[in-house]
Design a binder for this molecule. Structure first.
Ligand code: FO1
Length: 325
């Protein structure tokens, strides 16, 4: 079975950890792995050049989570991290003092920047970096082109998404999101093939605007998902009217979408009427929304959505694959 997962960072990493655990259990290959393959098509619009290094938060969050090296409490970065270099950067007055680059994390950014400066693409660099661990999931950036999400706040100031989120904690009201260079970007090699050959396509419970939205905006991707022979199943990133983590509510409000499991489903649209979704998983807290979602042409499943640990994430993955059948 070939599974393609469109995803962002924190929610994407936890969800992929569940998909991996589930397929290892449901489709074992006899040596601890799985006969199923998982390709994660990862958002890169959070990416940024800082102090000469290319930072790729979503690729790194997913990689660290699948490697078991992530800081589960903080939600991003490496476990056992230190911040000696970033203290030096602050003393020199370079970089962003509000954006902490841990010492171990810097190892990743230095390695990635080294590969990029050697002429490799982001996808090639990602293949080499992730080869350090047996992740059991192929991480594929949605594009090799440098796309960045910028936010125009009320009053007209424009800033990189990361500044809006990490410096201002998404409290500055957004006038618009500007997906820089997305219109001229190309899907990374392998992205469209992964979608065309998938048996199931999953939309992880990631930010529908900044993460999934950007991946779908790369020319050719939305069309490939819509045209794919595989069923498309999404997992709501909203439970009981609230985001699980991150700032999806502020992002949804900025594009005029209500922060609810049904509004996000409608935002992606029903496959039968030109949208993307065959099925949509909502939390038990949102069971009352399921009939209306199904009436809209998207088959709604009510399941426990909280990914507290690997078993609950694996159960969610199992429910998503069951909804695909
Ligand atoms: N998030 C924060 O809230 N504060 C930080 O200082 C911070 C640093 C950071 C460094 C590297 C990295 O890969 C991620 C980092 N994040 C930080 C998280 C990041 O902003 C989010 O994980 C995603 O960009 C949100 O989708």
């Amino acid at each position: 079975m070939k599974i393609a997962v469109l995803c962002g960072g924190v929610g994407g990493g936890r969800f992929l950890r569940g998909v991996r655990a589930h397929v290892r259990d449901a489709y074992p290959d006899g040596s601890g792995g799985s006969t199923a393959s998982i390709t994660a098509i990862v958002n890169t619009s959070d990416d940024i050049w800082l102090t000469g290094l290319r930072i790729a938060p979503d690729l790194d969050s997913i990689m660290y989570t699948l490697a078991g090296e992530n800081d589960e409490v903080r939600g991003w970065g490496r476990i056992g991290e230190s911040e000696r270099v970033s203290a030096e950067l602050r003393e020199y007055g370079v970089g962003w003092p509000w954006f902490t680059l841990g010492d171990l994390d810097l190892g990743t950014h230095i390695t990635r920047s080294h590969y990029l400066r050697s002429g490799l693409t982001l996808a090639e660099a990602t293949d080499r970096i992730t080869a350090r661990w047996d992740l059991g999931v192929r991480l594929l950036p949605a594009t090799n082109d440098e796309v960045e999400m910028h936010v125009v706040v009320e009053g007209g100031t424009s800033m990189h998404f990361q500044e809006w989120w990490t410096r201002h904690r998404a409290v500055l009201p957004v006038r618009s999101f500007v997906q820089q260079n997305v219109a001229s970007a190309s899907p990374a090699p392998g992205v469209l093939d992964a979608l065309a050959s998938a048996d199931v396509i999953l939309l992880a419970p990631s930010n529908p605007v900044v993460s999934i939205g950007t991946v779908l905006s790369i020319p050719g991707v939305r069309e490939s998902v819509a045209a794919a022979s595989a069923p498309v199943v999404g997992v709501s990133p909203i439970i009981g009217g609230s985001v699980v983590c991150g700032m999806a509510d502020a992002c949804l409000t900025a594009i005029g979408v209500e922060t609810s499991a049904s509004a996000v489903a409608a935002h992606y649209g029903a496959r039968a009427s030109g949208g993307l979704l065959n099925a949509w998983l909502v939390g038990e807290e949102d069971a009352a929304l399921a009939p209306a979602i199904s009436a809209g042409g998207i088959r709604a499943s009510v399941v426990p959505l909280w990914m507290r640990d690997v078993p609950t994430s694996a159960a969610l993955a199992a429910a998503a694959l069951a909804a695909a059948r």
